[in-house]
Design a protein around this ligand. Sequence first.
Ligand SMILES: O=C(O)CCC(=O)C(=O)O
Ligand SMILES: [Fe+2]
Length: 241
Amino acid sequence: MTRTKDDGIAARVAAQDWAALAAELDAYGSALTGRLLDADACRGISRLFDEPEHFRTTVDMARHRFGSGCYRYFTHDLPEPVRALREAFYPRLLPIAREWAGRLGRPAPWPDDLDEWLRMCHGAGQSRSAQILLRYGPGDWNALHRDVFGDMLFPLQVVVGLDAPGEDFTGGEFVMTEQRPRAQSRGFCTTLPQGHGLVFTTRDRPVAGKRGWSNGPMRHGVSTVRSGRRHTLGLVFHDAS
Ligand SMILES: O=C(O)CCC(=O)C(=O)O
Ligand SMILES: [Fe+2]
C-alpha cells in the first residue's frame, strides 16, 4: 500500500498567499496555488490508480459521454495525502465561500468543521465519497461540466496536477467557461503544473455589475491530451448521492 505521512501538506496549504488567491478567484473563478506536492508525492498518488482497494467506483468517461478517459472515486477511507489536502483546504476556502454567498444573497450552510459539513451531506442523502483520481491518455479529454450532486453543495473545489505538462504529456489544459448574460461565453485555460492545485468554482462566481452582484455560471473540463499520460486528483467538499 502506498501510504505516505502528511509531510507538511497542511503547512504548505496554509502558507499560500490566500489574499492573492481569493482576489484571483474573484476575478476569474479559478486560482492556481504554489507547489504543494513534490514529484515523488505526485507519483505516489497517481500510482494509487492501479490499487483497486482505494476506490468504490470506476467511471469510463466515454461510456457516459463525459469525454474520454477514466476516473475512480475513492472510498471514504482516503489515503493520507488526499485526506490531508482536503482537510487543509476546507478552512481556507470557507471564508471565500461565505463571502460569495453573501454577495449573491444565498444561504451559507457550511460549518467551520469539515466533518460536521460531511455529516450534514450524509443526512441529506449525499453520503458517497466524491474524491476522484483521473487518468487521461492520448486523445482523452473531459467534457465541460459541473460537479453538483444534489442540494448540498460546497461552491469551491480543487484539482491537483500529478504529472509535468510538456514532459509527461502535451495538451490536456484545464478549461473553464463563463456564461455571460445575453452574450457569448468567455473561456479560461490553465496548464496545471505538477504538484500545484487549482482552486475553482463548482457552479458560478459572483460578477460585479451596475446593479450589484449577479452570478456568472461556470463549467470546467479538460482539453484533449495530445500525447503522454495526465493524472489529476479532484477534491470536492460535498459528498455525492
Ligand atoms: O483533470 C482535470 O484537470 C479536471 C478534473 C475534474 O473535472 C475535477 O477535478 O473536477
Ligand atoms: Fe470536475
